[in-house]
Design a protein around this ligand. Structure first.
Ligand SMILES: [Zn+2]
Length: 104
Protein backbone atom coordinates (compact mmCIF):
# COMPACT_ATOMS: atom_id res chain seq x y z
CA UNK A 1 0.00 0.00 0.00
CA UNK A 2 1.21 3.48 -0.80
CA UNK A 3 2.04 5.91 1.94
CA UNK A 4 -0.52 8.36 0.58
CA UNK A 5 -3.30 5.83 1.10
CA UNK A 6 -2.19 5.11 4.64
CA UNK A 7 -2.34 8.82 5.50
CA UNK A 8 -5.81 9.02 3.97
CA UNK A 9 -7.05 5.99 5.94
CA UNK A 10 -5.47 7.44 9.07
CA UNK A 11 -7.29 10.72 8.49
CA UNK A 12 -10.61 8.97 7.95
CA UNK A 13 -10.17 6.89 11.13
CA UNK A 14 -9.21 9.99 13.10
CA UNK A 15 -12.26 11.77 11.72
CA UNK A 16 -14.56 8.90 12.74
CA UNK A 17 -12.97 8.83 16.19
CA UNK A 18 -13.43 12.59 16.61
CA UNK A 19 -17.06 12.32 15.46
CA UNK A 20 -17.60 9.39 17.83
CA UNK A 21 -16.17 11.23 20.83
CA UNK A 22 -18.14 14.34 19.91
CA UNK A 23 -21.40 12.40 19.52
CA UNK A 24 -21.15 11.18 23.12
CA UNK A 25 -22.20 14.63 24.37
CA UNK A 26 -25.48 14.09 22.48
CA UNK A 27 -26.54 11.58 25.12
CA UNK A 28 -27.27 14.45 27.47
CA UNK A 29 -29.67 16.04 25.00
CA UNK A 30 -32.85 14.92 23.33
CA UNK A 31 -31.03 14.40 20.02
CA UNK A 32 -29.24 11.31 21.37
CA UNK A 33 -25.80 9.87 20.75
CA UNK A 34 -26.58 7.83 17.66
CA UNK A 35 -28.40 10.52 15.73
CA UNK A 36 -25.70 13.08 16.52
CA UNK A 37 -23.06 10.60 15.37
CA UNK A 38 -24.60 10.09 11.94
CA UNK A 39 -25.34 13.79 11.44
CA UNK A 40 -21.76 14.65 12.38
CA UNK A 41 -20.27 11.90 10.23
CA UNK A 42 -22.03 12.91 7.03
CA UNK A 43 -22.57 16.61 7.57
CA UNK A 44 -19.38 17.31 9.57
CA UNK A 45 -19.27 17.83 13.36
CA UNK A 46 -19.77 21.56 12.80
CA UNK A 47 -23.34 20.97 11.62
CA UNK A 48 -23.76 18.26 14.21
CA UNK A 49 -22.92 20.83 16.85
CA UNK A 50 -25.60 23.15 15.46
CA UNK A 51 -28.11 20.30 15.78
CA UNK A 52 -26.84 19.64 19.29
CA UNK A 53 -27.32 23.29 20.33
CA UNK A 54 -30.87 23.44 18.96
CA UNK A 55 -31.79 20.14 20.58
CA UNK A 56 -33.54 20.43 23.92
CA UNK A 57 -31.95 19.69 27.25
CA UNK A 58 -32.86 16.15 28.16
CA UNK A 59 -32.29 16.91 31.82
CA UNK A 60 -35.23 19.29 32.04
CA UNK A 61 -37.56 16.78 30.42
CA UNK A 62 -36.39 13.91 32.60
CA UNK A 63 -36.19 15.59 35.94
CA UNK A 64 -39.36 17.62 36.02
CA UNK A 65 -42.24 16.05 37.89
CA UNK A 66 -45.74 17.23 38.55
CA UNK A 67 -46.31 17.71 42.25
CA UNK A 68 -49.15 19.12 44.28
CA UNK A 69 -48.29 21.50 47.03
CA UNK A 70 -50.35 22.72 49.92
CA UNK A 71 -49.54 26.37 50.54
CA UNK A 72 -50.80 26.24 54.09
CA UNK A 73 -48.72 23.45 55.61
CA UNK A 74 -46.08 23.31 52.85
CA UNK A 75 -46.45 19.59 52.18
CA UNK A 76 -45.83 18.38 48.64
CA UNK A 77 -47.82 15.43 47.30
CA UNK A 78 -47.23 13.32 44.23
CA UNK A 79 -50.90 12.48 43.85
CA UNK A 80 -53.54 14.99 42.87
CA UNK A 81 -56.44 15.39 45.25
CA UNK A 82 -59.28 17.82 45.94
CA UNK A 83 -57.71 19.20 49.10
CA UNK A 84 -54.65 18.73 51.31
CA UNK A 85 -54.96 15.44 53.29
CA UNK A 86 -52.72 16.76 56.07
CA UNK A 87 -54.87 19.82 56.67
CA UNK A 88 -58.06 17.78 56.25
CA UNK A 89 -57.12 15.85 59.40
CA UNK A 90 -57.14 19.12 61.28
CA UNK A 91 -60.48 20.07 59.79
CA UNK A 92 -59.12 22.62 57.29
CA UNK A 93 -59.87 22.45 53.58
CA UNK A 94 -56.92 23.69 51.58
CA UNK A 95 -56.72 23.23 47.81
CA UNK A 96 -53.49 21.83 46.36
CA UNK A 97 -51.48 23.93 43.93
CA UNK A 98 -49.90 22.26 40.91
CA UNK A 99 -46.12 22.77 40.83
CA UNK A 100 -43.20 21.55 38.70
CA UNK A 101 -40.54 19.99 40.85
CA UNK A 102 -36.98 19.81 39.59
CA UNK A 103 -35.55 16.52 40.71
CA UNK A 104 -31.86 16.37 41.49
ZN1 LIG B 1 -51.91 21.27 54.03
Amino acid sequence: MEEKHLILIGLILTYILVVYLFSRIGGRREIGKRRLFWISLFLTPLLGFAFFISSQHKKLVLYTEKRYKCEDCGYVFSEESECCPMCEKEGKINPLKKVDMYMT
